[in-house]
Write a protein that binds this ligand. Structure first.
Ligand SMILES: C[S@@+](CC[C@H](N)C(=O)[O-])C[C@H]1O[C@@H](n2cnc3c(N)ncnc32)[C@H](O)[C@@H]1O
Length: 407
């Protein structure tokens, strides 16, 4: 009753906003004028978002921000190596000024702007921007993407495990369809690799897992900081980071809690690279190479973390992985999940809009709400599922759950 009343009032509001006579009225009279102006700016930003992102991408490609780190420069200082004519570079610089990436200090003299300075403080963002080129190529025709007409996508090929999973699923369908024992002749090699980014090429090799692993390691400090500021690890003895990539999260937790024993679980090619990265370090986690879709997780840890892991897997894999976590943990052991959640106040666009389409292009996973995870966790044998506040929920939310006593 209440919700139908609410919906009727929203329908009335929408009819009003869509009425050109009301729009003319709102543009003229306070207080409607400031609301109308704010809405118009928001709508324009929605229309122009792709252009803004491309301006940022061009600045990152030309490394304009690091070039201005030491102080302001002239257009002519920035020309060499840009491959652009002065007028084209000026156009890009002025666009970057309009987006607060840069500041104009005098005619043809430029310095960092507040957003540009913030990006330099977080080098992982530039790496994220660079890899967006794969996503944007997939999104050139969003309907074709949503209709599934362009598989494998570029993004799927970037995230090699997503491509591996797609190949496996296709293989299963082929084998089920024709009972063909030779169906496993198909492999990454048979895919149209012209369609894929240059991440190695034929077949799965260690290199194919390196680009995404480095991207993740480069942006991990932002996530680890959120987690470390929100959760106290001191009551734990041993932490296993599942899907922990090159071990960057563990490095940061280990620096803050030197007494904590650390374990890293990831796919064999990723673990191989991680081991090399830890060579000579004081802090070396126990490394476990495996596939959480097929293998049990190692026991002996009283805390398991899943950082940016669950949202890029489908529901069945998530349910099974949570069950494997519950089996590996002792009664009372804890699970820590850190990732951006859907329907998060103040970060809704990041959940359903950004990750919704991102993960669709990746070919697996979806953004989930706290309530959805609560359901998965309870079914897997966890209780006391709670959400812990982080300072920037757009970057990640934090969920903590405890394993029930085994019967
Ligand atoms: C999005 S990355 C997150 C990496 C890291 N936790 C972070 O936040 O930087 C997902 C990680 O899960 C790993 N992964 C994906 N599927 C896996 C599987 N079936 N078994 C083990 N690890 C897997 C990937 O290799 C990758 O390191």
């Amino acid at each position: 009753m209440l919700s139908s009343l609410k919906n009727r009032s929203k329908d009335w509001r929408n009819r009003l906003i869509a009425d050109p006579r009301f729009q003319r009225f709102a543009a003229r009279y306070w207080p409607f004028r400031s609301v109308a102006r704010r809405r118009a700016v928001q709508l324009f930003d929605l229309c122009a978002g792709f252009i803004y992102a491309q301006v940022l991408y061009a600045c990152v490609q030309l490394e304009l921000l690091p070039q201005l780190q030491a102080g302001e420069k002239s257009l002519h200082d920035l020309l060499p190596g840009s491959g652009l004519q002065p007028e084209a570079l000026r156009r890009l610089l002025l666009a970057a000024v309009a987006l607060d990436l840069l500041e104009q200090r005098a005619t043809d003299r430029f310095a960092l702007g507040p957003q540009g300075a913030a990006m330099l403080a977080n080098p992982g963002i530039a790496a994220m921007v660079r890899h967006h080129r794969f996503l944007y190529q997939d999104l050139v025709d969003p309907l074709a993407l949503l209709q599934g007409k362009q598989r494998p996508t570029r993004l799927q090929s970037f995230w090699r495990y997503a491509l591996d999973n797609a190949l496996h699923n296709e293989l299963d369908i082929d084998m089920a369809r024709n009972g063909d024992k030779d169906a496993d002749k198909g492999s990454a090699r048979d895919l149209d690799m012209d369609h894929a980014p240059a991440v190695g090429s034929s077949g799965a090799q260690t290199d194919d897992y390196q680009l995404y692993s480095e991207l993740m390691a480069g942006s991990q400090h932002m996530i680890a900081e959120q987690v470390l500021n929100a959760y106290n690890f001191s009551s734990h003895r041993a932490l296993l980071d599942v899907g922990g990539g090159l071990g960057e999260f563990l490095r940061r937790v280990g620096q803050r809690y030197p007494g904590l024993q650390l374990g890293l679980f990831d796919l064999p090619p990723v673990i191989e690279t991680a081991r090399q990265g830890f060579a000579g370090d004081k802090l070396v986690p126990r490394c476990f190479a495996g596939n959480f879709q097929h293998d049990a997780l190692p026991s002996g840890f009283d805390l398991i973390s899943l950082v940016r892991v669950l949202h890029d897997h489908d529901d069945a894999v998530v349910q099974q992985l949570l069950e494997r976590c519950a089996q590996a943990l002792p009664p009372g052991g804890r699970l820590l999940i850190a990732e951006p959640l859907a329907a998060t106040p103040g970060a809704k666009a990041m959940g359903d809009a950004y990750f919704g389409l991102y993960l669709f292009a990746m070919g697996q996973g979806r953004p989930r709400t706290f309530k959805e995870y609560q359901g998965f966790l309870q079914q897997a044998g966890f209780y006391r599922v709670r959400r812990v506040k982080t300072s920037i929920p757009m970057l990640c939310s934090l969920l903590i759950a405890t394993v029930k006593k085994k019967v």
